[in-house]
Ligand binder design. Structure first.
Ligand SMILES: Nc1ncnc2c1ncn2[C@@H]1O[C@H](COP(=O)(O)OP(=O)(O)OP(=O)(O)O)[C@@H](O)[C@H]1O
Ligand SMILES: [Mg+2]
Length: 261
């Protein structure tokens, strides 16, 4: 985005031909998931799941509806307890992790608070300056005093993104955050998320039904099926990604794998 500073990491990412993880500068954490099980009554949603996510990695999760993607994100965010198994963030148990933020398909803004007060939620008026800075970064500088109802769907998601990033999270979990947006707004938001990820270095996990979006943004894509990781794909394409024969080929490969589940 034009209103973001281009860091050296971003410049590296633009020029290198392999995926760039902002590891050395990373403010992200490593996530280690071992033998994870989640049952709802008799229903097994996640079964013996093992997954390591590098600090600063951008991981995408795809899979058919009901395969357990949101459940996995809720467990990582400690919004729900696993039935058994471990989730560790930089070697520590994932409970009470203030550094993990989640962004959902629905922006969940409070209608009775202004945009800036939504972003600054739970913090003092003196700290509002950071909320304004983030609103500027997401392109909402002029909208900060409006009510959420006065924003478009895409603008509400930008505000939700600013709110999620206010505390400089080490992990950002994205559960289909762009699912309800039109195609053009979606492309803008993808670019914004990628730039903020490059700028801030958090570990990102994106759940999406859009395989093209997964190839556009992720370093690695995992396919969930019946509670297990059915397949993994490394996205070895330079950023920012353009539709190239290699892009389209990988997109087709992932799509075929999803359709085969
Ligand atoms: N609180 C709950 N109680 C009982 N079953 C649940 C609960 N939450 C989720 N499930 C079940 O767990 C399974 C996985 O749900 P989950 O929401 O993780 O799927 P998903 O992959 O995110 O699907 P979608 O792509 O449609 O969002 C589903 O069969 C769902 O019915
Ligand atoms: Mg879901």
């Amino acid at each position: 985005m034009s209103n973001l500073n281009v860091t050296h990491l971003e410049q590296q990412a633009f020029t290198r031909s392999t995926p760039v993880l902002p590891t050395s500068e990373s403010k992200g954490v490593e996530i280690q998931i071992k033998n994870l099980h989640k049952y709802y009554g008799q229903v097994t949603v996640l079964e013996n799941l093992d997954l390591n996510i590098q600090a600063g990695e951008f991981l995408a999760i795809v899979g058919r509806s009901g395969c357990g993607k949101s459940t996995l994100l809720r467990l990582i965010a400690d919004l729900e307890q696993s039935s058994s198994g471990q989730i560790q963030l930089d070697g520590k148990q994932a409970s009470h992790q203030p550094d993990v933020r989640v962004m959902f398909q629905d922006p969940r803004l409070l209608p009775w608070r202004s945009v800036v007060d939504n972003v600054n939620l739970g913090r003092s008026k003196a700290q509002k300056v950071q909320a304004f800075t983030l609103l500027e970064k997401v392109g909402l500088k002029d909208k900060s005093q409006l009510w959420p109802a006065q924003l478009s769907g895409g603008q509400r998601q930008r505000a939700a993104l600013a709110r999620a990033l206010l505390h400089r999270p080490k992990v950002l979990l994205l559960d289909e955050p762009l699912g309800a947006l039109d195609a053009l707004t979606r492309l803008d938001m993808q670019q914004l998320i990628e730039n903020l990820w490059l700028d801030q270095g958090f570990t990102a996990i994106l759940v999406t039904h859009d395989v093209s979006e997964a190839v556009q943004l992720a370093d690695r894509i995992i396919l969930l099926n019946r509670g297990e990781i059915e397949a993994q794909f490394t996205v070895d394409l330079p950023r920012p990604r353009q539709k190239s024969p290699a892009f389209t080929q990988l997109e087709q490969e992932v799509l075929n794998a999803v359709l085969a589940t």
